[in-house]
Ligand binder design. Structure first.
Ligand code: IPD
Ligand code: CA
Ligand code: CA
Length: 274
């Protein structure tokens, strides 16, 4: 691959502009109440705004970077594409926090990541309703609206505020509840804010001390880089298969301010069913 053609600053600016444009589309859809709701597998909420934002982002990428691969939640969803992160691939969640979006809540984000050379290199998570944009590249520290951010630095697990989420598919709820109980018994409190990408960015800027959940790559690819470049420890409370890059492995993610990472890993790991 010709690395010289991949100008990180230009790619970051492109991702930022595209996320902002998609954010405007989403905001307008809410203001005008002009979106329809549907359910994937009769369970998972999706709106016409999710699809429209997805298509808009794809259109912008195809025009600017026609040779790049694209993985999105709604219309280019072949997850096997992400097995190869050597060649440029965009990993997109057009609306992370769809349930919040449809209920008029604020924790809603557009998430855009670009990976190449085996790693996520650019991450943008934009919340149009709170006017907050988190950005990082593999070569720069993370920012929120242009200002540098850092994890909380907390060291006492008992004081930790921890976020998690729950999948649409309810089959794993019993084992998740075991983890929730352990976290509630050993930490200050737990939050379920409804957008994994924002949960992780909130760890990056110190509003939360840790986050754990199993997700899809589009939910966290951008936010994980943002957390990492803000000083978070990013890993998994399970074994990562050797043939899958850790930066997109989606099971049992754990992202935390460094000193609470290992105590939380100890707490969560025994509940993983093989
Ligand atoms: C969901 C959100 C939620 C998480 C779910 C995700 P969506 O994404 O990130 O916080 O708990 O696992 O599926 O459906 O709003 O894009
Ligand atoms: Ca999502
Ligand atoms: Ca989504």
């Amino acid at each position: 691959m010709n690395q010289e053609s991949l100008d990180l600053q230009a790619l970051k600016d492109f991702a930022l502009n595209t996320a902002t444009e998609a954010g405007q589309l989403i905001q307008q859809a809410r203001e005008q109440n002009s979106f329809e709701k549907d359910y994937k597998d009769q369970q998972e909420l999706v709106t016409s705004a999710d699809i429209a934002a997805d298509k808009l982002i794809i259109e912008r990428i195809r025009a600017a970077y026609p040779s790049h691969k694209i993985l999105t939640e709604e219309t280019c969803k072949d997850k096997s594409l992400a097995n190869d992160l050597e060649h440029p691939i965009w990993i997109i969640d057009p609306i992370d926090g769809t349930v919040n979006f449809a209920h008029g809540q604020m924790m809603v984000a557009v998430s855009i990541a670009l990976a190449f050379a085996g790693e996520v290199q650019v991450g943008v998570v934009h919340n149009p309703f709170m006017d907050e944009t988190f950005v990082a590249t593999s070569e720069e520290a993370s920012t929120l609206n242009g200002r540098s951010i850092h994890v909380s630095g907390l060291s006492d697990l008992q004081k930790a505020l921890v976020a998690t989420g729950f999948p649409y598919n309810k089959s794993t709820v019993p084992e998740i509840m075991e983890r929730v109980e352990k976290v509630l018994m050993h930490c200050q409190d737990i939050r379920r804010l409804g957008s994994a990408a924002l949960d992780i960015c909130w760890v990056a800027c110190g509003r939360l001390d840790a986050y754990f959940e199993s997700l899809s790559p589009w939910d966290f690819a951008a936010a994980r880089l943002i957390a990492q470049q803000a000083g978070a420890t990013c890993g998994h409370f399970c074994q990562v298969p050797e043939d899958i890059p850790a930066c997109i492995y989606n099971h049992h993610l754990l992202i935390a301010t460094p000193d609470v990472y290992l105590p939380l890993d100890d707490l969560l790991r025994p509940t993983v069913r093989s």
